[in-house]
Design a protein around this ligand. Sequence first.
Ligand code: AMP
Length: 283
Amino acid sequence: MQIFNSRSALSAELNALRNKGKTIGFVPTMGALHEGHISLVKNAQKENDVVVISIFVNPTQFNNASDLINYPRIPEHDVPLLKAAGGDILFMPDEKEIYPEGTVPSDLKLDLGSLAQVMEAKHRPGHFDGVVTVVRKLFSIVGECNAYFGQKDFQQLAVVRKLVLEEKLPVRITSCPIVREADGLAMSSRNMRLTPTQREEAVVLSKALLEVEKRWMNSSIEELKSFASDFLSAHANVRTEYFEIADRDTLLPATDKKNAVACIAAYLGEIRLIDNILLEKIA
Ligand code: AMP
């Protein structure tokens, strides 16, 4: 696996590969890698000649200073994991390389429409401006590619699709399913910060989603939201920030059952976790 720290060196290498007719798969991450990230790499490998993974903890997408400081950075764990997974190229830039002008979100704002009003956008002000800024930069460094994102960050996926569409970027986005721990907890780099007790309690997020899925055919959306709220409030150590049943495209609260996704964000102590489940249309 080749490791690049410089954006210009990476761009030159990828241009040379494309000129030889190679297709590029791209997996952007913030590191502290787990099986969820590796599943994106595996998907990229199936469909591309060369797979590029980036690891960059993007400061502009953190709306909480302590979350940024405490975000796990473990390249000594990540690099061997990616080598073992057969990654071809790892891009690990430092902050100056990505933000030579300083860590300000781009003034090139993208109008996110309804995506900017709800759930993650509502509770993490500025978060998606930071995501758009860094993903736009990364796509411009990598160039034409197939990029792989996890359904785990459902709203982020919608934002990235919008970026590609609005700015006509030469990138094809693929969504990959959520990889879970044996008990159902969605894998996340933040899970390693949970205490053993919090780790046990964290399973409540995916349990709430599964219970809602089970009841999807026979209950109204309002009934399900109130069920979820009761279910979650029975767990005193889980502080739910939102539980929403949303339209998969607009992410506004769903008004019918045609195209819905249930999304949750909750805190265990100071660790904020998110999860979601697609609710399949009733016959
Ligand atoms: P992150 O490093 O958390 O920014 O995530 C990098 C990419 O991995 C994003 O596209 C995430 O949606 C994806 N990802 C994170 N956790 C999972 C998971 N449990 N299953 C599948 N994809 C994931």
